[in-house]
Design a protein around this ligand. Sequence first.
Ligand code: PMP
Length: 350
Amino acid sequence: MAYKLNRKIRELEPYEPISGLYKIRLDANECPFNYPPELVEQIQKTVKKIDFNRYPDPLATELVNSFSEYYGVDPECVTAGNGSDELIFLIETAFLEKGDKMLVAEPDFSMYRFYSSICETVCESFVKNDGLNIDVDKLIKRVNDNNIKLVIFSNPCNPTGQGITADEARRLVSSVNALVILDEAYMDFWNQSLINEVEKYSNLIVFRTASKSIGSAALRLGFAVSNKVISRAVKAVKSPYNVNSISQAIGNIIYKNKEYLLNRQKAIVRNKEKLYNDLTKLAESCNDFKVYNSCANFVFVKTSLGRDLWEYLKSNSIVIRYMGEYIRITAGTEEENAEVIRYIKKFLSR
Ligand code: PMP
């Protein structure tokens, strides 16, 4: 007998998002638009020049520079990762010790807790208020009274779409005796970021991703932004060649198209507003359908009909995210949103 899977991993299943081909995909909060042909051509030309026999730049220097230019931050404060998923795992593992306590808010992005179970920290839950948001004063007290070493949450939150303001985030970071990770994966759709203030704090890391508003989920690019001391430590603990040369080269081009990206983000926000308004209208004729307004690119709905609605939409080649008593619908193109609304209306009137 050589090796038996340990207790931590014995029961785990590989992550399996919905597979198969669907006409409309509104389940993963991706950007609904691909890049225009001119940009794709520029990308193709750049990829042709890559030395495939060489390792990538360990610090992803050019990519980090164009990301930093885009957000107006110092490149020394930025570390690139293989998606922010990698950075969540890395920082939870390296910045905490076995048995240290970390705090996640509920409901929130499930990977924070999942990685904690792998790196053997103690993961406690902070329950959000009735509006599905964080009560910052309660959170501060909880952290300081319970020897919490790390607080991590998404702002705005996936899946709820709610967020705390920049003032509340500042108050939290300056009042707690813990490292705070603000996962701003969806902050390009809102305006309450602390990304330009990281150097003021000894205990703040802001995460960004290219997978949502930037529209590069395929590349797997995430970024940790913090003061220079933390940033050096993140660079020191990451694996050396964590971001491949192709993603570095393409990401470097993408972030240089700021005006184009900002216009596209505005279109996504408009589509989300329309989706929210249309869902709210449908909710008027159904008591069991509570729609939450959202600071991100999706809309969250509380309903006991979620499972049936999810099945019904899937059988019509539309996928959304089903989460027990809630569903989450990503804002797609105008046409995709009109189609999903048409089917939900049909479903609710049955
Ligand atoms: N944080 C949040 C809040 C997310 O919703 C997601 C993706 N669903 C991620 C991080 C992971 O992003 P990435 O694609 O950069 O790994």
